[in-house]
Design a protein around this ligand. Structure first.
Ligand code: FES
Length: 104
């Protein structure tokens, strides 16, 4: 069962710019690309660098600022091949507001 947390209005989230939010008691990173919003853990699963200080590559994957591991923000897959998994969260847009689902 998800608890849905309102994050921000979709117009406040810049395209391809990772942005940190607090949803419930979780620090998350959001970014928007081609109208889709992704939510994932703010800290890298490798050694906990802040992913919101990273960048988005040409495939739309988040690149960690510390060691440049890459993750698909849709499913957390470690697309640069080191075998880690990024925790991702479901997103819904309701009346232009971004909601993130956290399992209760
Ligand atoms: S801490 Fe993110 S790749 Fe190492």
């Amino acid at each position: 069962m998800y608890n849905w947390h309102k994050a921000m209005n979709i117009s406040e989230l810049a395209e391809n710019k990772p942005t940190e939010i607090l949803a419930g008691d979780k620090q998350l990173c959001l970014f928007k690309r081609n109208g889709t919003v992704f939510a994932f853990a703010a800290l890298c699963p490798h050694t906990s660098a802040p992913l919101c200080e990273g960048w988005i590559d040409a495939r739309g994957h988040i690149v960690c600022p510390l060691h440049s591991y890459r993750f698909n923000p849709a499913n957390g897959y470690n697309s640069s091949g080191e075998g880690y998994k990024l925790k991702t969260y479901p997103v819904e847009i309701r009346d232009n507001e971004i909601f993130v689902g956290i399992l209760s």
